[in-house]
Design a protein around this ligand. Structure first.
Ligand SMILES: Nc1ncnc2c1ncn2[C@@H]1O[C@H](COP(=O)(O)OP(=O)(O)O)[C@@H](O)[C@H]1O
Ligand SMILES: [Mg+2]
Length: 347
């Protein structure tokens, strides 16, 4: 296994389209690292650069201690699983999994040992003689993963491998891939646009936007201490509430409704961010909110509130008020996030 290091990595496509810019990142040996960000942010580009399927415009790529910029993909000892993990339709599961090893002229016995080992881990032993069209989506996905692990790669790369599965299966496969990683301890880079998938799977999560890394951290750090407006809005469900306004003489006043909050050491236009669970009912609270809609989810309720033209979502674990009511609320002061309106940076 091996660590992966990216230094000032940059990929500019034809017509000056930015793939990624200034990517600096170190992924430790055996780590499970997730790249997450909206479509077009550069996730696949970064993976393809690591795999050697794209040539960087600038920067360096290391796998282990070896610089691999000039090493062809087949010699990088990397396995990649794609979203459309096309299995060979005319081959059986066994043949699909053995194919890459055959190409590399592994002895027949070794191939058999590795394929059977992988099918055992993935619990697909009974499928060995089937062809892909006789498999369910989840089973095909498992074969695609098997094809990657039989090679004992230094690094496994996954590019949105679960997006074609239905929601329930996705959650199941997510757990399985994590368990698999625990067993094999292979350095893994996993790409997804789904922040919940990223949060639940990644030991290290890299948030990308517009070709640049926004923040690197574990789930808790990203949730509690987002470095900017983008990360704050991207991570968390329901998303963080944002209130635009300005601070003057130590008081924040919202632009679109009657919200005043004392805020020290900040001046000018800001956006105040507050998570749904950091809004509380408080009979002494000076914010009056109309309850527009109540989503009761059993263990919790999401209240859609309006304060003037400001919409807020509040999370409640007690029995919620009915829609149509007006309630007094407050924000947990120490939990507020304050961002510069112009730059989006956290203050
Ligand atoms: N082969 C290519 N040629 C030109 N532009 C590309 C190519 N591949 C990706 N891009 C562009 O690079 C940017 C990043 O794309 P990509 O890495 O595929 O994003 P993601 O995987 O995060 O959705 C996008 O603007 C995309 O249109
Ligand atoms: Mg992609």
């Amino acid at each position: 296994m091996a660590k992966v290091k990216l230094v000032s990595l940059k990929k500019i496509y034809e017509k000056n389209v930015v793939g990624v810019e200034d990517i600096n990142l170190e992924i430790k040996d055996k780590e499970f690292c997730v790249f997450v960000g909206p479509s077009g942010c550069g996730k696949s580009t970064t993976l393809r650069l690591i795999a050697g399927l794209e040539t960087p415009t600038e920067g360096e790529i290391y796998i282990g201690d070896r610089k691999v910029n000039h090493i062809p993909p087949k010699d990088r000892n990397i396995a990649m699983v794609f979203q459309d993990y096309a299995l060979y339709p005319h081959m059986t599961v066994y043949e699909n999994m053995a194919f890459a090893l055959k190409l590399r002229k592994y002895p027949r016995e070794e191939i058999k040992k590795r394929v059977l080992g992988a099918t055992k881990i993935l619990e697909i032993e009974e499928l060995l003689s089937r062809r892909p069209r006789a498999l369910s989506g989840g089973q095909r996905q498992r074969v695609a993963v098997g094809r990657a692990i039989v090679r004992n790669p230094l690094v496994s790369l996954f590019d949105e491998p679960l997006s074609n599965l239905d929601a329930k299966l996705r959650v199941e496969m997510r757990t399985e891939l994590k368990k698999l990683h625990k067993r094999l301890s292979a350095t893994t880079i996993y790409v997804t646009h789904d922040q919940i998938e990223a949060m639940t799977m990644g030991d290290k999560i890299v948030i990308l936007n517009k070709g640049r890394i926004q923040q690197i951290g574990d789930a808790e750090t990203l949730y509690d201490h987002p470095v900017n407006y983008f990360v704050a809005g991207f991570i968390g469900s329901p998303p963080m509430n944002f209130i635009e306004g300005a601070v003057e003489n130590g008081v924040f006043r919202a632009k679109d409704g009657d919200i005043k909050i004392p805020i020290e050491n900040v001046k000018g236009k800001v956006i105040v961010g507050v998570r749904s669970e950091d809004i509380v009912v408080d009979s002494k609270g000076n914010i009056k909110a109309g309850v527009e809609l109540v989503e009761a989810l059993g263990n919790e309720a999401l209240l859609h509130l309006s304060v003037g033209d400001i919409s807020l979502i509040m999370r409640m674990y007690e029995s919620p008020p009915h829609s149509g009511n007006v309630i007094n609320i407050n924000f947990k002061r120490e939990k507020l996030h304050i961002f510069n309106t112009e730059t989006g940076e956290r203050l």
